[in-house]
Structure formats: structure tokens, C-alpha cells
Design a protein around this ligand. Sequence first.
Ligand code: ASP
Length: 308
Amino acid sequence: MAAAQWKLVIHGGSGAMRPRPGDPAHEQSARQGLRDALEAGGAILGRGGSAVDAVEAAVRVLEDDPCFNAGRGSVLTAEARVELDAAIMDGRSRRAGAVAGVRTTRAPVTLARALMERGPHVFLSYEGADRLARDEGLEQVDNSWFVTSERRRQLDEVLESGGFDAEMKYGTVGAVALDEAGHVAAATSTGGLTAKQWGRIGDSPLIGSGTYADDRSAAVSATGSGEYFIRAVAAHQLAERMRLGGQPLQAALDAVLEDIGDLGGLGGLIAVAPTGEAAWGFTTLAMYRGMADASRRRVAIYSEEDER
Ligand code: ASP
């Protein structure tokens, strides 16, 4: 059987991210960050590596990039701390690993991967998650290492307005991939929402909501107003629209975004299927995103950059 054509799709969050006047440098760095992530994941897939390795590698690049709301550069909680959520899933076996409320582990996606490999649990939170990371020898950093001055400014702005991330300056990251062996995988990582409190956990680390992968349908990663993605069981809904409902990938993705819209939520989704189909879509003004295969690599932010 001929090898499948590999595919990699990534996102760096959805939202109303028109740069503030005088901030074009941020947009340029974000585009570079997306290209670096495609490069890291694409290199693995191009030499016959696995989809799981590729999505982990792509997400790690974005976690370390302060442009995005994951790892370093994450948004701050109401107590001005960083609490990170991440998940990874292998479509071949439907094994998964997820962590929430991580405070000292530099690469939350790698911690999720370690949990997936180690089992038997699928989802760990807060101190226990960081403890597993230490047991696994994963790099630990002080919580302040994740904090940037821009995120502190955004927290002040949100707290002053008495609001709750009303402008949706998101920036969650995710990746979905199809490898040459025909398997798919998905990973998502985030700092969540600015000024979140009470141990709030979003959709990103919830298997089936923000992250899902199944070789029988698709690999999916979400970004947006997480509460609505949880209620719509968004990523799993997309996969099952294909598997049970027979919908094509893009139609299933659009239908899920419509369903979330009906609930009042906004955001975006990326997905890839074992057939080689790849898709993205968003209902916000913009979504940082990128797509790569053996012959082409492109990144985009605004909707008008798509020719659909
Ligand atoms: N979905 C994420 C959350 O609710 C936020 C985002 O996509 O930026 O935690």
C-alpha cells in the first residue's frame, strides 16, 4: 500500500487579534512562530515520523513562543499566576493524556504525552500533574518564568474593566497531523482565559471538547470560548458527524462551529482526516493558523487570507 501523504495543521488561537496600532511586530513574530512550528512538526512527518511526535513537537515550539497563550506568554489568572492546560491524543489507539492547572512544568504538552505513555490515568490536575512531571524528569521552572509584561498589562486591563476577557484576546495553540502510516493525532495547549479564577478549566484539556483524535474519523483541536466548546463536546461532535453521520470533514467542522454559535460561543477548529482531507474554520475575526504538507507550507491570520 502506498504511504499516505502527510499533513500538518496548526492554530495559535482565535479571537479579535487585530494588532493595536504600532504593534505590527507582534503579528510578524506570530507568523514566524507558526512557520517554526510547521517546520518542527513537518520535519518529523517528512522523514516518516509519527503524527503524535509531530503534534507534540509543533505545540512545544508554540508553548515556548511568548506570542501565544500557552507555556511562556500565557494569560494570567485573577491572582496574576499562570495555570496551564494541555492534552494530546493518538488516533490509532485513542490513547490520551491531559493535564490542567500546571504551574511549574515548562512543556505541558510533553507532560500530557508522558501521562499518555505511562497510563493508567488520562487526566491529572494541579499539584499532582506537576508532581508527575518531576517524577518523569521534565524541566521545571518558576511560575514567574511564564509571565510576560504584555500579559500583565492585559490582566490589569481586564481587571480594571471588571470584565472577563471580553475582547477574546485568545492565543491557545494546537496541532493536528496525519502521518505516512495513515494515523492521526491531535494536541492542544493553553493558559486559558485572562483573569480566570476558582481553578477554572477550559475545553482544551478535555478529551472530546478541545482535543480529540480517532483514526476512524479525524483529529481535531479547538480554540475559542471554551465553555461553549465543552457544552457542544465540539471535537468529538466533529469526529462523530463524520463517522456516524457521513459528513465530509469541512462540512462537519462548519456544522460544529454553527452549533457553538447557536449556543452563543465563538472560536475556531482545525482538523485532519486519515483520508488526507484537512480543514480549518473560525467564527472570530481571526485565527492564527498554518498548514503544511510535502509540497506546500502556509500561515495566515485574518479571514480574507483564505480562498475558499
Ligand atoms: N479555549 C481556550 C479556553 O477556553 C481559550 C482559547 O482558545 O484561547 O481555555
